[in-house]
Design a protein around this ligand. Sequence first.
Ligand code: PMV
Length: 360
Amino acid sequence: MPEHRFIVCNYSHNLTSGAVSWQSPSNIALVKYWGKYGEQLPMNASISFTLKNCNTKTVLSFKKKNTAGFDFEVFLDGKREESFEPKIQKFFERVEVYLPFLKEFKFKIETSNSFPHSSGIASSASGMSALALCLMDMEQQMQPNITNEYFIEKASFLARLGSGSACRSLEGPLIVWGEHPEIEGSSNYFGTKYPFAVHKNFENYQDTILLVDKGEKQVSSTLGHDLMVDHPFAEQRFRQAKDNLSKLIPVFKNGDISEFIKIVESEALSLHAMMMTSIPYFILMKPNTLEIINHIWKFREISGSNVCFTLDAGANVHVLYPESEKEIVLQFINNKLSQFCKNGEYIEDEVGLGAEAILN
Ligand code: PMV
Protein backbone atom coordinates (compact mmCIF):
# COMPACT_ATOMS: atom_id res chain seq x y z
CA MET A 1 0.00 0.00 0.00
CA PRO A 2 1.55 3.33 -1.04
CA GLU A 3 0.43 5.10 2.15
CA HIS A 4 2.77 2.97 4.27
CA ARG A 5 5.69 4.81 2.72
CA PHE A 6 4.51 7.96 4.43
CA ILE A 7 4.35 6.61 7.97
CA VAL A 8 7.29 7.76 10.09
CA CYS A 9 8.33 6.08 13.33
CA ASN A 10 10.90 8.49 14.72
CA TYR A 11 12.79 11.61 13.75
CA SER A 12 16.51 12.28 14.00
CA HIS A 13 16.25 15.96 15.08
CA ASN A 14 14.28 17.80 17.75
CA LEU A 15 12.22 20.92 17.18
CA THR A 16 10.99 23.18 19.96
CA SER A 17 9.57 26.28 18.30
CA GLY A 18 9.69 28.19 15.04
CA ALA A 19 7.70 29.14 11.97
CA VAL A 20 7.49 27.95 8.37
CA SER A 21 5.70 29.58 5.46
CA TRP A 22 4.50 28.47 2.01
CA GLN A 23 2.54 29.97 -0.84
CA SER A 24 0.47 27.59 -2.93
CA PRO A 25 -1.77 28.22 -5.94
CA SER A 26 -5.23 27.11 -6.96
CA ASN A 27 -5.70 24.81 -9.96
CA ILE A 28 -8.31 24.34 -12.65
CA ALA A 29 -9.24 20.84 -13.81
CA LEU A 30 -9.47 20.11 -17.54
CA VAL A 31 -10.65 16.54 -16.93
CA LYS A 32 -12.71 16.69 -13.75
CA TYR A 33 -12.59 14.67 -10.56
CA TRP A 34 -16.13 14.05 -9.35
CA GLY A 35 -16.74 10.97 -7.25
CA LYS A 36 -14.49 9.36 -4.67
CA TYR A 37 -14.07 6.21 -2.60
CA GLY A 38 -12.18 5.15 0.53
CA GLU A 39 -10.17 7.94 2.10
CA GLN A 40 -10.32 10.69 -0.53
CA LEU A 41 -9.38 8.45 -3.45
CA PRO A 42 -10.70 9.46 -6.88
CA MET A 43 -13.06 7.32 -8.97
CA ASN A 44 -11.32 8.58 -12.12
CA ALA A 45 -8.07 10.24 -13.09
CA SER A 46 -8.11 14.03 -13.56
CA ILE A 47 -5.70 16.60 -14.99
CA SER A 48 -5.39 20.29 -14.20
CA PHE A 49 -3.54 23.45 -15.06
CA THR A 50 -1.85 24.87 -12.00
CA LEU A 51 -2.69 28.57 -11.67
CA LYS A 52 -0.34 31.40 -10.80
CA ASN A 53 -2.11 34.43 -9.35
CA CYS A 54 -4.84 32.81 -7.28
CA ASN A 55 -2.95 31.54 -4.27
CA THR A 56 -2.89 31.15 -0.51
CA LYS A 57 -0.02 32.17 1.76
CA THR A 58 0.22 30.31 5.04
CA VAL A 59 2.50 30.91 8.00
CA LEU A 60 2.58 28.02 10.45
CA SER A 61 4.08 28.93 13.84
CA PHE A 62 4.70 26.11 16.28
CA LYS A 63 5.75 25.68 19.90
CA LYS A 64 6.30 22.47 21.82
CA LYS A 65 3.65 21.75 24.48
CA ASN A 66 3.04 19.15 27.19
CA THR A 67 -0.74 18.97 27.05
CA ALA A 68 -2.77 16.25 25.31
CA GLY A 69 -4.74 16.60 22.07
CA PHE A 70 -4.47 18.93 19.07
CA ASP A 71 -3.98 22.60 19.83
CA PHE A 72 -4.22 25.17 17.05
CA GLU A 73 -5.79 28.48 16.09
CA VAL A 74 -6.57 29.66 12.56
CA PHE A 75 -6.32 33.28 11.41
CA LEU A 76 -7.54 34.63 8.05
CA ASP A 77 -6.04 38.00 7.06
CA GLY A 78 -4.91 38.55 10.64
CA LYS A 79 -8.30 37.80 12.23
CA ARG A 80 -9.19 34.61 14.13
CA GLU A 81 -11.37 32.46 11.85
CA GLU A 82 -13.00 29.83 14.05
CA SER A 83 -15.25 28.65 11.23
CA PHE A 84 -12.17 27.10 9.53
CA GLU A 85 -11.15 25.16 12.61
CA PRO A 86 -13.44 22.08 12.37
CA LYS A 87 -12.04 21.38 8.88
CA ILE A 88 -8.46 21.65 10.15
CA GLN A 89 -9.33 19.49 13.17
CA LYS A 90 -10.64 16.78 10.80
CA PHE A 91 -7.54 17.15 8.63
CA PHE A 92 -5.22 16.78 11.64
CA GLU A 93 -7.11 13.67 12.76
CA ARG A 94 -6.76 12.16 9.29
CA VAL A 95 -3.07 12.87 8.85
CA GLU A 96 -1.88 12.26 12.43
CA VAL A 97 -0.78 8.74 11.56
CA TYR A 98 1.59 10.22 8.92
CA LEU A 99 2.69 13.22 11.03
CA PRO A 100 3.07 11.80 14.54
CA PHE A 101 4.33 15.13 15.92
CA LEU A 102 1.02 16.98 15.50
CA LYS A 103 -0.12 16.61 19.11
CA GLU A 104 3.28 17.69 20.46
CA PHE A 105 2.94 21.30 19.30
CA LYS A 106 0.69 24.30 19.73
CA PHE A 107 0.12 25.77 16.26
CA LYS A 108 -0.86 29.14 14.94
CA ILE A 109 -2.03 28.95 11.31
CA GLU A 110 -2.07 32.36 9.63
CA THR A 111 -3.46 32.34 6.15
CA SER A 112 -4.38 34.87 3.46
CA ASN A 113 -5.67 34.50 -0.08
CA SER A 114 -4.64 36.61 -3.08
CA PHE A 115 -8.24 36.51 -4.32
CA PRO A 116 -11.18 38.14 -2.52
CA HIS A 117 -12.62 36.02 0.29
CA SER A 118 -16.16 36.23 -1.08
CA SER A 119 -15.22 35.63 -4.74
CA GLY A 120 -16.75 32.16 -4.80
CA ILE A 121 -13.30 30.78 -5.68
CA ALA A 122 -12.64 27.77 -3.51
CA SER A 123 -9.60 28.31 -1.33
CA SER A 124 -9.45 24.67 -0.22
CA ALA A 125 -6.99 23.54 -2.94
CA SER A 126 -4.52 26.37 -2.35
CA GLY A 127 -5.11 26.46 1.42
CA MET A 128 -4.77 22.75 2.07
CA SER A 129 -1.70 22.41 -0.14
CA ALA A 130 -0.01 25.37 1.58
CA LEU A 131 -0.71 23.85 5.01
CA ALA A 132 0.48 20.40 3.91
CA LEU A 133 3.74 21.96 2.66
CA CYS A 134 4.24 23.81 5.95
CA LEU A 135 3.82 20.53 7.85
CA MET A 136 6.27 18.78 5.52
CA ASP A 137 8.69 21.65 6.05
CA MET A 138 8.56 20.88 9.79
CA GLU A 139 9.03 17.19 9.09
CA GLN A 140 12.07 17.95 6.94
CA GLN A 141 13.60 19.94 9.81
CA MET A 142 13.16 16.90 12.04
CA GLN A 143 14.36 14.46 9.35
CA PRO A 144 16.76 16.40 7.09
CA ASN A 145 17.69 13.41 4.93
CA ILE A 146 14.32 13.07 3.19
CA THR A 147 14.54 13.50 -0.58
CA ASN A 148 12.84 16.26 -2.59
CA GLU A 149 10.77 13.63 -4.34
CA TYR A 150 9.54 12.20 -1.03
CA PHE A 151 8.87 15.72 0.28
CA ILE A 152 6.66 16.69 -2.64
CA GLU A 153 4.86 13.33 -2.92
CA LYS A 154 4.07 13.22 0.77
CA ALA A 155 2.97 16.88 0.76
CA SER A 156 0.62 16.11 -2.14
CA PHE A 157 -0.57 12.95 -0.35
CA LEU A 158 -1.35 14.99 2.79
CA ALA A 159 -3.00 17.81 0.82
CA ARG A 160 -5.27 15.21 -0.80
CA LEU A 161 -6.46 14.13 2.63
CA GLY A 162 -7.45 17.75 3.32
CA SER A 163 -9.22 18.35 0.00
CA GLY A 164 -8.90 15.98 -2.97
CA SER A 165 -8.02 18.45 -5.71
CA ALA A 166 -5.48 20.18 -3.41
CA CYS A 167 -3.02 17.40 -4.29
CA ARG A 168 -2.79 18.92 -7.80
CA SER A 169 -1.63 22.36 -6.56
CA LEU A 170 1.98 21.76 -5.51
CA GLU A 171 3.70 21.70 -8.86
CA GLY A 172 2.88 22.78 -12.41
CA PRO A 173 2.11 23.41 -15.17
CA LEU A 174 0.00 20.26 -15.73
CA ILE A 175 -0.74 17.78 -12.97
CA VAL A 176 -2.40 14.38 -13.12
CA TRP A 177 -4.11 12.82 -10.14
CA GLY A 178 -5.54 9.31 -10.30
CA GLU A 179 -4.27 6.14 -11.89
CA HIS A 180 -4.48 6.13 -15.65
CA PRO A 181 -3.24 3.17 -17.71
CA GLU A 182 -1.48 5.40 -20.27
CA ILE A 183 0.22 7.68 -17.76
CA GLU A 184 3.11 6.01 -16.05
CA GLY A 185 3.59 6.98 -12.42
CA SER A 186 0.04 8.33 -12.05
CA SER A 187 -1.40 7.56 -8.64
CA ASN A 188 -4.66 7.75 -6.74
CA TYR A 189 -2.67 8.82 -3.68
CA PHE A 190 -0.92 11.99 -4.88
CA GLY A 191 -0.59 14.29 -7.87
CA THR A 192 2.22 13.81 -10.39
CA LYS A 193 3.59 16.01 -13.15
CA TYR A 194 2.16 15.25 -16.59
CA PRO A 195 5.08 13.29 -18.01
CA PHE A 196 4.68 13.71 -21.80
CA ALA A 197 5.41 16.36 -24.41
CA VAL A 198 3.35 19.55 -24.31
CA HIS A 199 3.19 21.74 -27.43
CA LYS A 200 4.13 25.41 -27.13
CA ASN A 201 0.49 26.36 -27.92
CA PHE A 202 -0.24 25.42 -24.33
CA GLU A 203 2.61 27.38 -22.78
CA ASN A 204 1.46 30.14 -20.42
CA TYR A 205 -2.16 29.28 -21.16
CA GLN A 206 -4.45 32.00 -19.85
CA ASP A 207 -7.36 31.58 -17.44
CA THR A 208 -9.55 34.60 -16.75
CA ILE A 209 -12.02 33.76 -14.00
CA LEU A 210 -15.37 35.49 -14.40
CA LEU A 211 -17.03 35.99 -11.03
CA VAL A 212 -20.67 35.31 -11.77
CA ASP A 213 -21.79 34.32 -8.31
CA LYS A 214 -19.78 35.20 -5.29
CA GLY A 215 -21.97 33.49 -2.70
CA GLU A 216 -21.35 30.45 -0.56
CA LYS A 217 -21.06 27.16 -2.40
CA GLN A 218 -24.55 25.69 -2.90
CA VAL A 219 -23.22 22.16 -2.87
CA SER A 220 -20.23 21.28 -0.69
CA SER A 221 -17.59 19.08 -2.32
CA THR A 222 -18.34 16.34 0.19
CA LEU A 223 -22.01 16.25 -0.74
CA GLY A 224 -21.14 16.62 -4.42
CA HIS A 225 -18.83 13.60 -4.52
CA ASP A 226 -21.41 11.59 -2.57
CA LEU A 227 -23.93 12.27 -5.32
CA MET A 228 -21.88 9.96 -7.56
CA VAL A 229 -22.53 7.00 -5.28
CA ASP A 230 -25.38 5.08 -6.96
CA HIS A 231 -25.62 7.79 -9.63
CA PRO A 232 -27.35 6.23 -12.69
CA PHE A 233 -24.58 7.47 -15.02
CA ALA A 234 -21.61 6.97 -12.70
CA GLU A 235 -19.87 4.16 -14.59
CA GLN A 236 -20.24 5.92 -17.95
CA ARG A 237 -18.95 9.15 -16.44
CA PHE A 238 -15.82 7.53 -15.00
CA ARG A 239 -15.16 5.87 -18.36
CA GLN A 240 -15.72 9.15 -20.21
CA ALA A 241 -13.20 10.94 -17.96
CA LYS A 242 -10.64 8.20 -18.56
CA ASP A 243 -11.19 8.39 -22.33
CA ASN A 244 -10.98 12.18 -22.31
CA LEU A 245 -7.64 12.05 -20.55
CA SER A 246 -6.41 9.52 -23.15
CA LYS A 247 -7.56 11.88 -25.91
CA LEU A 248 -5.71 14.82 -24.37
CA ILE A 249 -2.33 13.06 -24.67
CA PRO A 250 -2.01 13.51 -28.48
CA VAL A 251 -3.70 16.91 -28.24
CA PHE A 252 -1.04 18.19 -25.85
CA LYS A 253 1.65 16.75 -28.09
CA ASN A 254 0.35 18.16 -31.38
CA GLY A 255 -0.97 21.47 -30.08
CA ASP A 256 -4.43 20.80 -31.52
CA ILE A 257 -6.41 23.49 -29.72
CA SER A 258 -9.73 22.79 -31.44
CA GLU A 259 -9.68 19.21 -30.07
CA PHE A 260 -8.59 20.59 -26.70
CA ILE A 261 -11.64 22.87 -26.67
CA LYS A 262 -14.04 20.01 -27.44
CA ILE A 263 -12.69 17.88 -24.61
CA VAL A 264 -12.46 20.67 -22.03
CA GLU A 265 -15.92 22.14 -22.66
CA SER A 266 -17.50 18.69 -22.75
CA GLU A 267 -15.85 17.88 -19.40
CA ALA A 268 -17.26 21.06 -17.81
CA LEU A 269 -20.77 20.35 -19.05
CA SER A 270 -20.54 16.67 -18.09
CA LEU A 271 -19.63 17.67 -14.53
CA HIS A 272 -22.72 19.86 -14.35
CA ALA A 273 -24.83 17.18 -16.06
CA MET A 274 -23.88 14.82 -13.23
CA MET A 275 -25.23 17.33 -10.72
CA MET A 276 -28.41 17.87 -12.68
CA THR A 277 -29.11 14.13 -12.89
CA SER A 278 -28.30 13.06 -9.33
CA ILE A 279 -30.73 12.67 -6.44
CA PRO A 280 -30.92 15.27 -4.98
CA TYR A 281 -30.32 17.32 -8.15
CA PHE A 282 -28.75 20.76 -8.48
CA ILE A 283 -28.33 23.44 -11.11
CA LEU A 284 -25.19 25.32 -10.16
CA MET A 285 -25.00 27.44 -13.30
CA LYS A 286 -26.77 30.80 -13.17
CA PRO A 287 -28.45 32.56 -16.11
CA ASN A 288 -25.29 34.64 -16.53
CA THR A 289 -23.17 31.49 -16.74
CA LEU A 290 -25.20 30.50 -19.81
CA GLU A 291 -25.04 34.01 -21.26
CA ILE A 292 -21.25 33.85 -21.03
CA ILE A 293 -21.04 30.38 -22.59
CA ASN A 294 -23.24 31.45 -25.49
CA HIS A 295 -21.20 34.62 -26.04
CA ILE A 296 -17.97 32.60 -26.03
CA TRP A 297 -19.39 30.23 -28.68
CA LYS A 298 -20.59 33.14 -30.82
CA PHE A 299 -17.28 34.98 -30.52
CA ARG A 300 -15.35 31.84 -31.45
CA GLU A 301 -17.47 31.40 -34.55
CA ILE A 302 -17.19 35.01 -35.69
CA SER A 303 -13.54 35.68 -34.84
CA GLY A 304 -11.94 32.26 -35.26
CA SER A 305 -10.49 32.67 -31.76
CA ASN A 306 -9.51 29.64 -29.67
CA VAL A 307 -11.16 30.91 -26.52
CA CYS A 308 -13.12 28.31 -24.52
CA PHE A 309 -14.56 27.81 -21.06
CA THR A 310 -14.52 25.42 -18.17
CA LEU A 311 -16.50 25.36 -14.94
CA ASP A 312 -15.96 24.30 -11.36
CA ALA A 313 -18.77 23.09 -9.15
CA GLY A 314 -20.32 26.56 -9.22
CA ALA A 315 -21.51 29.40 -11.45
CA ASN A 316 -18.18 31.12 -12.13
CA VAL A 317 -16.67 30.67 -15.58
CA HIS A 318 -12.99 30.00 -16.27
CA VAL A 319 -12.20 31.47 -19.69
CA LEU A 320 -9.24 29.60 -21.19
CA TYR A 321 -7.18 30.81 -24.17
CA PRO A 322 -3.66 30.77 -25.60
CA GLU A 323 -1.28 33.52 -24.59
CA SER A 324 -1.06 34.68 -28.22
CA GLU A 325 -4.74 35.71 -28.04
CA LYS A 326 -4.45 37.61 -24.79
CA GLU A 327 -5.17 41.03 -26.22
CA ILE A 328 -8.26 40.17 -28.28
CA VAL A 329 -9.78 37.91 -25.64
CA LEU A 330 -9.30 40.44 -22.83
CA GLN A 331 -10.95 43.04 -25.04
CA PHE A 332 -13.85 40.64 -25.64
CA ILE A 333 -14.12 39.95 -21.90
CA ASN A 334 -14.14 43.66 -21.13
CA ASN A 335 -16.61 44.60 -23.83
CA LYS A 336 -18.98 41.67 -23.74
CA LEU A 337 -18.56 39.29 -20.82
CA SER A 338 -17.83 41.54 -17.84
CA GLN A 339 -21.47 42.76 -17.80
CA PHE A 340 -22.45 39.24 -16.68
CA CYS A 341 -20.07 39.29 -13.70
CA LYS A 342 -21.02 40.49 -10.21
CA ASN A 343 -19.87 44.13 -10.12
CA GLY A 344 -18.13 43.50 -13.46
CA GLU A 345 -15.39 41.61 -11.62
CA TYR A 346 -13.00 39.03 -13.02
CA ILE A 347 -9.53 37.74 -12.13
CA GLU A 348 -6.77 37.45 -14.71
CA ASP A 349 -4.73 34.34 -14.16
CA GLU A 350 -2.53 31.99 -16.14
CA VAL A 351 -0.75 28.68 -15.83
CA GLY A 352 1.90 28.59 -13.12
CA LEU A 353 4.59 26.31 -11.77
CA GLY A 354 3.30 25.52 -8.32
CA ALA A 355 4.01 26.26 -4.68
CA GLU A 356 6.98 28.12 -3.23
CA ALA A 357 8.52 28.36 0.21
CA ILE A 358 8.41 31.86 1.63
CA LEU A 359 11.70 32.58 3.30
CA ASN A 360 11.91 35.08 6.11
O1 PMV B 1 -11.21 18.86 -4.20
P1 PMV B 1 -12.69 18.86 -4.02
O2 PMV B 1 -13.18 17.73 -3.16
O3 PMV B 1 -13.19 20.22 -3.57
O4 PMV B 1 -13.38 18.57 -5.46
C1 PMV B 1 -13.16 19.40 -6.56
C2 PMV B 1 -13.99 18.99 -7.69
C3 PMV B 1 -13.98 19.89 -8.92
O5 PMV B 1 -13.37 21.13 -8.64
C4 PMV B 1 -15.40 20.15 -9.34
C5 PMV B 1 -13.26 19.20 -10.07
C6 PMV B 1 -11.76 19.10 -9.96
O6 PMV B 1 -11.24 18.09 -10.46
O7 PMV B 1 -11.13 20.01 -9.45
